[in-house]
Design a protein around this ligand. Structure first.
Ligand code: ZN
Length: 360
């Protein structure tokens, strides 16, 4: 099973409809929880099915507004409550709490057993109608959850995924993950750096500075916090998108992907580089490559971090010191002059079969 979470593009009418459903879901969850508590005190053993029976026969008829909203919502609200209790009894979670408005607003719906097909940029959801997404998606699922975060609405669902081995253009590719550029491949292809964070950083610190005197918890403060959270999310989305594009390209088109096991902790000690490296998300790239190589039938090879990929001449094997400011590898032995990152990536490609610690 794979899962997807994507932002929805909505008009005000739709936002209201979603907020009503989230409110309905919260109402039912809280109603179910108070009934559960009361029943437990009286010596009964509640479960989601019993809650649903009481609700549909005795409670729902008293609230006409519920008729205008999807009846799938309360079914899932009770199921979620049941799951929360299950986790609690297993010692995996806290005792279920009442949900508060505005905090993790969400609801789940399905298509009464029929699959929901999400295809392209606009999607027909049961009861909710047509909604648009900011990215094209292609998923068939049984149920979807819609949730609000920092004022925006998101759709998430899980679906079955069948890995398929894709035809490979290249047998082995070496990938130098860098600071100046996100990735340099041994065939010369370059993925540019994700500058998103730096780009928004000034804006972010300005926002934080302007709001430093706002009273915590006030309406103004909340509005500002929402703005800040939205900016954070924007940065994260841009970055995540770039990393996914890179890792999908690598895993789909190459039989073996060779990267270096960077000693990120050691490098983070050098303060100047710290931010740039954290920005690039080495760990995230490695994490994504790990599962995508499995999906697309390629192999991820992580080369020992003591392998001198930057210091070695990829043409003749000569080794020399390469301080970080040197962007070109000039070899005094064979006379080759080559981009620093490209040189490193070719060394990584050639390293397969010699000094490697292969791992998944
Ligand atoms: Zn050389």
């Amino acid at each position: 099973m794979k899962s997807i979470r994507t932002k929805l593009k909505l008009n005000n009418k739709q936002k209201t409809l979603l907020a009503q459903h989230a409110g309905y879901s919260r109402w039912c969850y809280n109603w179910g929880l108070s009934l559960w508590n009361a029943a437990y005190i009286d010596g009964y053993k509640p479960n989601p099915r019993k809650l649903r029976e009481v609700f549909t026969n005795h409670t729902k008829p008293l609230y006409p507004w519920m008729k205008n909203l999807s009846s799938r919502v309360y079914q899932y609200a009770f199921l979620n409550l049941g799951e929360a209790f299950k986790r609690f009894f297993k010692g995996l979670g806290k005792y279920p709490k009442f949900k508060k408005k505005g905090r993790s607003d969400s609801f789940t719906i399905d298509n009464c057993g029929k699959p929901i097909e999400l295809n392209g940029w606009s999607h027909k959801l049961p009861f909710i109608g047509i909604v648009k997404t900011y990215e094209p998606i292609e998923v068939t699922t049984k149920k979807i959850t819609i949730s609000r975060q920092a004022g925006d609405w998101y759709l998430s669902c899980s679906y079955e995924f069948h890995p398929t081995t894709t035809p490979k253009k290249t047998d082995v590719v070496g990938v130098d993950l860098g600071v100046k550029t996100l990735a340099t491949l041994s065939d010369g292809k370059v993925f540019e750096s994700v500058r998103s964070y730096r780009q928004f950083e000034a804006k972010l610190s300005r926002l934080q500075y302007l709001n430093r005197h706002k009273e915590i918890g006030s309406a103004n403060w909340r509005a500002a916090q929402r703005k800040i959270a939205r900016l954070h999310r924007k940065v994260a989305n841009i970055r995540q998108d770039a990393l996914h594009k890179l890792t999908t390209y690598l895993a789909k088109n190459h039989g073996r992907v060779v990267i270096e096991d960077l000693n990120v902790r050691g490098m983070l000690a050098g303060q100047k580089l710290a931010k740039a490296i954290a920005d690039q998300g080495f760990y995230e790239i490695r994490r994504q490559l790990k599962y995508k190589c499995q999906w697309y039938g390629s192999e991820l090879v992580v080369v020992d971090r003591f392998f001198p990929s930057s210091k070695t001449c990829s043409n003749c094997g000569h080794v020399q010191d390469m301080p970080l400011h040197l962007r070109t590898y000039d070899c005094p032995d064979c006379g080759v002059s080559i981009d620093r990152d490209l040189n490193a990536s070719i060394n990584l490609r050639n390293a397969v079969g010699s000094v490697v610690n292969a791992c998944g």
